[in-house]
Design a protein around this ligand. Structure first.
Ligand code: ATP
Ligand code: MG
Length: 279
């Protein structure tokens, strides 16, 4: 049952007062892909993840995982159906160790109740050993095993971002939603995270929906890209086609000229982030 269902966003609209944060947005995340949702600040990317994870209910439209409608389900129910997420701002339990943060993430997978745990029944310790072993596998997978007994708050920023991904994976999801996983990272940390995301897709067979601000990472690792601008979907297709799409180029230049206006800057100049000489 792993990774077999498409995640479908169908005509989703979210308003905050007069502001239309998402305007009838549709796209489909095919199973087994890395699908990126990108766009400038305020485009509606995090709002989109909040709808997918059940934090916001859309004013119109629906979300499906395979045949299952998710639109009106609560966050914990959606998580149980196999959709796990990270947040744009790190949300970990800082005083808890890496291992405990991951065990916490697996709580809903544990069958033993509190009473059985308190009584120290053998079946409980067997189950606990199984969960701890899986947590070790996940920390190894994300290069966190050396830090497994350290409190989350004491880890360097790049490791904390990876711990968030590890904690989401601890839920054994079919779909992983990542909100700007490389924000604030240097080049080396970004490369490590990119490799981790590709490994999650390839080795764990988890579908990845990646929200990103920057086009560079997306063109390197995404199979498909949806571009939002002011809450509207302005592009949906391959990363290659995105880089020469006039609407995308216009959105990333900051202006909003009509799609048939002449382009002043070549799309390739927009890729790769900062100008030469800077980080
Ligand atoms: N809870 C909220 N209440 C009011 N307005 C909101 C709320 N959440 C988001 N918005 C507004 O909705 C729009 C889309 O916000 P969103 O956070 O989805 O953008 P984003 O694409 O994730 O941007 P960023 O790149 O800055 O993270 C913005 O104008 C934002 O100010
Ligand atoms: Mg955001």
């Amino acid at each position: 049952m792993v990774g077999v269902s498409a995640l479908r966003v169908d005509g989703v609209t979210v308003r905050f007062g007069a502001l239309v944060a998402l305007d009838a947005v549709s796209f489909t995340v095919e199973p087994g892909t890395v699908h990126a949702v990108i766009g400038p600040n305020g485009a509606g990317k995090s709002t989109c993840l909040n709808v997918l994870s059940g934090v916001y209910r859309p004013h119109a439209g629906s979300v499906y995982l395979g045949d299952r409608e998710l639109t009106r389900l609560r966050p914990h129910h959606i998580a149980r159906l196999g959709i796990a997420r990270t947040f744009q701002n790190i949300e970990l339990s800082g005083t808890q160790t890496v291992e405990d943060n991951l065990l916490l993430g697996r709580h809903h997978l544990m069958r033993a109740g509190l009473v059985a745990t308190a009584l120290g029944l053998p079946s409980v310790s067997r189950e606990e050993r199984r969960h701890r072993a899986r947590v070790r596998e996940i920390t190894d997978f994300l290069g966190l095993s050396a830090a497994i007994d350290r409190p989350a708050a004491l880890l360097p920023y790049g490791l904390r971002k990876r711990l968030e991904v590890a904690r989401a994976l601890a839920l054994e999801p079919r779909v992983l939603l990542l909100d700007e996983p490389v924000a604030g990272m240097d080049t080396a940390e970004t490369a490590e995270m990119a490799a981790a995301i590709l490994a999650v897709r390839a080795e764990l067979d988890v579908t990845v929906l990646l929200v990103e601000h920057d086009m560079g990472l997306v063109t390197r690792i995404a199979d498909r890209v949806t571009v939002l601008d002011f809450g509207r979907r302005i592009f949906d297709g391959s990363p290659e086609a995105m880089t020469s799409d006039p609407d995308v180029v216009a959105a990333y230049l900051g202006g909003a000229p009509p799609s048939d206006s002449p382009r002043a800057v070549s799309p390739s100049a927009l890729l790769g982030g900062a100008p030469e000489g800077e980080k």
